[in-house]
Write a protein that binds this ligand. Structure first.
Ligand SMILES: C[S@@+](CC[C@H](N)C(=O)[O-])C[C@H]1O[C@@H](n2cnc3c(N)ncnc32)[C@H](O)[C@@H]1O
Length: 238
């Protein structure tokens, strides 16, 4: 049962300094490979000197991942958690200072993005859409800021489609709050994480939500034996 009064952004502010380490421990580093798939998909979809927006950018790893593949792009990350953005700013300063002109960080919520209509060629959102409530509001807002014919690329955890993995994942997901809680010192954030994965639509059901919100050509692939989903869709050209 998802905790109704849980303040998601305050939770991320608290766990921000330990967020990357906890992800490594909980996925044995696999989150890096899964996020790299999203970065490669987004980089392949972007036109020369295009603009990419990373919504729920958190500690900035999607921005860095895309930058490593495509130095010609303009990259903007947006997130409502100042704690997460502070970690992102420090990381980008250390690892990508030479690219500071093409990297931008903004504070903002997916439901009210601080950008004009038709601004971006590609929008990415990695393990973020599940935190946006209602997520359909975030998807429609992303559609608004995308250019016509532009693409959305979403990475998100979901209910495993492959039955044997589903049984193992059920036990593993009970352990996650303890691992994340131990590393970050704030277990409720990780309890919230496992509860929302169970409650959130995945696979064909989420693709249906993308169509309902106005996207076309929506599709998905599973990763990690179907515990992670990579969705792509487009804004209609007219
Ligand atoms: C699990 S983290 C993902 C961070 C990063 N994208 C990654 O791949 O590691 C989820 C992020 O969603 C952000 N978030 C929560 N509510 C949001 C909202 N309404 N709009 C945009 N981002 C939100 C949190 O602050 C947090 O940084």
């Amino acid at each position: 049962m998802v905790q109704k009064n849980y303040n998601v952004v305050a939770g991320f502010n608290l766990i921000a300094p330990a967020y990357d380490l906890a992800n490594d421990a909980m996925t044995l580093g696999l989150h890096r490979l899964w996020r790299a798939k999203l970065c490669k998909t987004a980089a392949d979809l972007a036109p020369q000197k295009g603009r990419i927006l990373d919504v729920a950018t958190g500690t900035g790893d999607v921005l860095l991942g895309i930058l490593r593949l495509r130095g010609d792009l303009s990259l903007t990350g947006v997130d409502p958690s100042e704690g997460m953005l502070n970690v992102a700013r420090e990381k980008l300063e250390k690892k990508a200072r030479l690219f500071s002109d093409s990297l931008h960080i903004r504070t903002g919520d997916a439901r009210r993005l601080p950008f004009a209509d038709d601004s971006f060629d590609v929008v990415t959102i990695s393990w973020g859409i599940r935190n946006v409530n209602p997520f359909q509001e975030g998807l429609r807002e992303i559609l608004r800021v995308l250019k016509k014919g532009g693409s959305i690329v979403i990475l998100e955890s979901g209910k495993p489609e492959f039955k044997p993995i589903g049984a193992a994942y059920k036990y593993y997901s009970k352990l996650l709050p303890f691992i994340g809680g131990k590393i970050s010192g704030f277990m409720p954030a990780y309890r919230y994480y496992t509860e929302t994965v169970d409650a959130f639509p995945s696979g064909a059901q989420f693709v249906g939500e993308l169509f309902d919100c106005g996207f076309v050509k929506a599709n998905y692939k599973t990763l990690g034996g179907s515990i992670v989903y990579l969705y792509t869709a487009q804004k209609p050209r007219d």
